[in-house]
Design a protein around this ligand. Structure first.
Ligand code: ATP
Ligand code: MG
Length: 269
């Protein structure tokens, strides 16, 4: 049964698109899954540039405007089926139709990943309503955390509780919010911790998702662990963990719970 995952945040530039593109590419190339990746950041749609799709002729904007069939807006890149957005589309669109527009094709996939807009309006609601599962991306600082709290509140109001938080761009942990502080204030489990990494400049420059550009990078490995959790595979432990039998990190335990939740929900539907 297909799983639809929305990747969101109310703050711009925290890494939603980088993570959505890399998670999709990881699920296809390292976990052998079929994935549809959709750009739902309608006002600033740059998923295409992360996935090496430049100036697409048919986009999610055309689909929402009834000017293209959804199938014809799919571009295959790195094994992922991608529906990019259009920078130049000017007509007023009903973004809340996204769920309905992908209904006819979503069962062809194991996962549908939706890259959200950070705008607290119909754009973010479009992702919330079209997704069965939501991951919030945050950076470990107070301004972004307060936005993540708002996202969590909005999702709860819409009956779409958030499944997990991804902490991105960890730079200087001593001066940043810890996993515990983020979990205590949001009440949501942290399912991945990602450090600031120069691989992203290289990935953007070459237009290759970072998880493919270098799957052995710190970023590539953490995305792979998250991918393993949602496909129901056992997580590979780090060499340090294996050699010294160190305890599990909190995010590893949370991924174990996520794995079980995803597994159970397959039988509910
Ligand atoms: N872990 C990271 N380390 C370093 N740079 C990163 C990391 N994650 C993302 N970036 C960089 O941060 C910038 C913003 O990333 P991205 O476009 O994915 O954010 P976004 O949340 O989708 O932004 P928007 O809200 O504008 O859509 C990009 O230049 C990207 O390469
Ligand atoms: Mg983005």
């Amino acid at each position: 049964m297909v799983k639809t995952i929305g990747i969101l945040s109310i703050k711009g530039g925290v890494g939603k698109t980088s993570i959505a593109a890399s998670l999709a590419a990881d699920l296809v190339n390292h976990h052998k899954k079929k994935v549809l990746l959709i750009d739902a950041n309608y006002s600033a749609p740059n998923l295409g540039l992360h996935m090496d799709i430049v100036e697409p002729k048919r986009t999610i904007h055309h689909v929402l405007d009834n000017r293209a069939l959804v199938k014809t807006a799919i571009h295959s890149k790195f094994g992922v089926d991608v529906i990019p957005g259009s920078y130049s589309y000017r007509s007023r669109l009903n973004y809340l139709k996204l769920k309905d527009r992908i209904k006819s094709i979503k069962d062809n996939y194991d996962f549908v990943i939706i890259d959200s807009s950070p705008s607290m309006n119909e754009e973010i609601l479009s992702t919330m309503l079209a997704s069965d599962n939501l991951f919030v991306v945050t950076t470990p600082d107070y301004p972004t955390l307060s936005c993540s709290l708002q996202a969590a509140k909005l999702a709860r109001q819409r009956g779409r509780p958030i499944n997990g938080i991804i902490i991105n761009k960890i730079r200087d942990p001593f001066y940043e919010l810890s996993l515990k502080e983020i979990e205590d204030s949001t009440g949501i489990p942290v399912i991945a911790r990602i450090h600031d990494d120069k691989i992203h400049s290289r990935s953007l420059f070459t237009r290759i998702p970072a998880s493919i550009y270098n799957r052995r990078s710190r970023f590539g490995k953490e995305i792979n662990r998250l991918g393993a959790a949602i496909v129901g595979e056992k997580e590979k432990r780090s060499l340090f963990g294996k050699l010294f039998g160190s305890g599990f990190k909190k995010e590893e335990v949370n991924r174990q719970v996520l794995r079980e939740d995803f597994y159970k929900s397959m039988f509910k539907e």
